[in-house]
Ligand binder design. Structure first.
Ligand SMILES: [Zn+2]
Ligand SMILES: [Zn+2]
Length: 653
């Protein structure tokens, strides 16, 4: 019996006579220590445990068994991510969602009623929809990139594939990044299919969660829309997976089980022999490499649906047009905003930095406020002025006196966050109605819906926000987008920095002018000649991607080589140092694999734990997992040292 615990393997139990018909996949209750746990029958015991020591299974739950593809998927993800299979099963059980289904549950989920007539599709959309529908109808494993510029109508196209899947009596899953904030798309699904999809993400209530889980497990819920964790739910009859915005780094989980939701979705499709659709306006290099090698198919939607044109992108060279002192909006951007408001248009200002200022210092002595638990500056937030750490829960009011020199009134806020941009906009445009959209102002999906509804209704003239704003919202009267610091994402030496910056800015730009009025986008940059800025200015996505791919290939970096990271952490820096050295000495000599490190992580202290990292670099076909298993297995780790394995890392902090 596999239990939802991060422990190695399944446990052996006796099967009492009344339960002699138990089969793999059955949900059962078993004693574990002093507790009773729900687990899943995983197979026959090997018989190497003394039967006198075995305890009996207590009961079988009245839930349909976990289907074989979902069980194989659990084992596969565990092996790939080098995590205990119980940790994967825990995600399948969705917290406490299955409890207490001892009696036969009533059917959950609502059957479809009054679905809207399918929308009229453009010829390009219709062709793509027909190709996807055919794959769904035929069944079998396939991966298709649905590649279309923002506003080209990808959702309508994959909705046709969903309709075909539901018509076959199978379940469909749509994975979305940061789904809690994506309310508009849910309304579209509800209208299209005549029934609300089951929602699955960390913010849904316990009762909704139970209802959704049960409908998924019994097969009565046809359509599920969820965050990456929805992939692990116990689908009775899954027939199609859509990964929307497949390039988004929000699909990567970097906590507990380290996995990439898109890559795991592809594996799930292969194991279950079902089609997977990856949709994006700015596909990842990983996906494009798979298209080029012929492993994935590609469908292209070249135009904006309904005749809307892509926005005009202008680079503002901040050296040539510097903002005034202690201001962040350059004269050309200010005049564009003035003109937009005069013409009754809406505007957005984008800065991917929460809070008021990223650093506060004392002018008298130079003291900089740093988090006591992390190697990171504290970020100033407005309201009553507070200093917050963006990596841990540390938060304190700004003190009256400098803690280093006791000076009063000498604090100086360095640089802008979105709150400071909103302050400047309020000063410059006192009559404009301005709202701020960040994870600090949007606590839940209801707050997000209210803000989006206000923007749609024209009750907001200027929305100032972080990348939260970049997501699929559709504001017809939005005609101007200003990117305050287009260079921000390029700093930091991250492997995917340029790619991610391009994707993010392209997404933000895509918010503009989505109906009949032509949108304008202004990018403030200190590096107007940088390939990312040049590609954005002339709209040359493919040229940018070709150049980026050539560079990665040259250095054998993903997707043309493989990476894994080992992150060691401990509250004790000395012990951590010893373990790092011992591991470095124990690296097995293996052709085609290089181990770099240990090095202090860029966040060398995080939540009170010191951190050191190894990076493992290998050829595309190397089985990194076997190498890591052998290597780590040769060293004993003290209890205080935590070892995290990140296969295919996306963050390097
Ligand atoms: Zn001071
Ligand atoms: Zn901190």
């Amino acid at each position: 019996v596999l239990l939802p615990l991060p422990l190695t393997g399944a446990f052996d139990y006796l099967c009492p006579a009344p339960l002699s018909d138990l089969a793999p996949g059955d949900f059962v209750e078993v004693p574990f220590g002093r507790k009773t746990l729900t687990g899943v029958v995983w197979g026959h015991a090997r018989g190497d445990v003394d039967p006198a020591k075995l305890k009996p299974i207590l009961a079988k739950l009245e839930i349909p068994p976990l289907p074989a593809p979902q069980r194989r998927f659990t084992d596969w993800v565990a092996a790939y991510t080098m995590s205990p299979p119980g940790a994967i099963l825990k995600m399948a059980l969705g917290g406490q969602a299955w409890k207490p289904f001892k009696r036969k549950p009533k059917g959950a989920g609502t059957p479809a009623s009054n679905p809207a007539a399918p929308p009229t599709l453009s010829p390009e959309q219709a062709a793509a929809a027909a190709a996807l529908t055919q794959k769904v109808t035929q069944g079998g494993a396939s991966v298709t990139l649905l590649d279309g510029v923002t506003g080209s109508g990808k959702t309508e196209v994959y909705c046709e594939a969903i309709a075909a899947c539901l018509a076959k009596g199978q379940q469909a899953l749509v994975l979305l990044p940061e789904i809690a904030l994506t309310t508009q798309i849910l309304d579209r699904f509800t209208a299209r299919f005549g029934t609300a999809p089951a929602l699955w993400h960390s913010d849904v209530s316990d009762s909704t969660r139970r209802h959704s889980w049960l409908g998924i497990a019994t097969g009565t819920t046809p359509l599920v829309v969820g965050a990456r964790s929805a992939l692990f739910l116990p689908y009775q009859n899954l027939g199609l997976i859509i990964v929307d915005e497949e390039h988004e780094s929000a699909f990567k989980q970097e906590d507990g089980v380290f996995y990439h939701g898109r890559d795991m979705a592809v594996a799930r499709g292969h194991i279950g022999q079902i089609p997977v659709v990856l949709a994006s306006a700015t596909p990842s290099l990983e996906t494009l490499a798979n298209v080029e090698s012929g492993r994935y198919d590609r469908l292209v939607l070249p135009q904006r649906h309904g005749g809307a044109v892509l926005p005009d992108v202008t680079l503002i060279d901040l050296c040539a047009h510097p903002p005034e002192r202690q201001s962040w909006l350059s004269p050309p951007l200010v005049s564009a905003l003035t003109q937009t408001f005069a013409d009754q248009g809406q505007a957005m200002l984008f800065l991917n930095r929460r809070g008021y200022a990223p650093l506060t210092l004392c002018r008298a002595c130079g003291h900089r406020f740093q988090c006591p638990n992390c190697s990171a500056w504290l970020v100033a937030h407005q309201g009553p002025p507070r200093l917050k750490c963006h990596h841990c829960d540390y938060s304190n009011p700004l003190p009256k006196h400098c803690p280093a020199c006791q000076a009063e009134g000498q604090f100086f806020a360095c640089g802008p966050g979105v709150e400071r941009i909103a302050e400047e906009a309020t000063r410059r445009f006192p009559n404009a109605r301005i709202a701020v959209m960040t994870s600090d102002t949007i606590e839940d999906s209801a707050a997000a819906s209210r803000l989006i509804a206000a923007m749609e209704a024209g009750e907001i003239d200027l929305l100032v926000g972080t990348q939260i704003m970049a997501k699929g919202h559709n504001f017809p009267n939005l005609v101007l987008v200003g990117v305050v610091d287009a260079d921000l994402g390029l700093a930091g030496g991250d492997l995917r920095a340029a790619e991610r910056t391009f994707q993010l800015l392209q997404q933000v730009a895509g918010r503009s002018g989505r109906s009949t009025r032509r949108g304008r986008v202004f990018l403030q940059t200190l590096q107007p000649t940088h390939p990312v800025m040049q590609a954005l200015a002339i709209g040359d996505r493919d040229g940018f991607l070709r150049a980026e791919a050539a560079e990665r290939r040259l250095y054998a970096m993903p997707p043309f080589g493989r990476l894994a990271a080992i992150i060691l952490s401990s509250p004790d820096a000395a012990i951590l140092g010893h373990v790092g050295e011992a591991l470095a000495k124990a690296v097995p000599a293996t052709p085609d694999i290089r181990v770099l490190g240990p090095a202090d992580a860029p966040l060398a202290l995080l939540r009170g734990r010191h951190r050191r990292r190894f990076l493992i670099k290998a050829g595309k076909t190397v089985r990194l997992q076997n190498f890591i298993q052998t290597w780590l297995g040769s060293v004993r780790f003290p209890r205080s040292v935590r070892v995290q394995i990140d296969i295919d890392p996306y963050s390097f902090f």
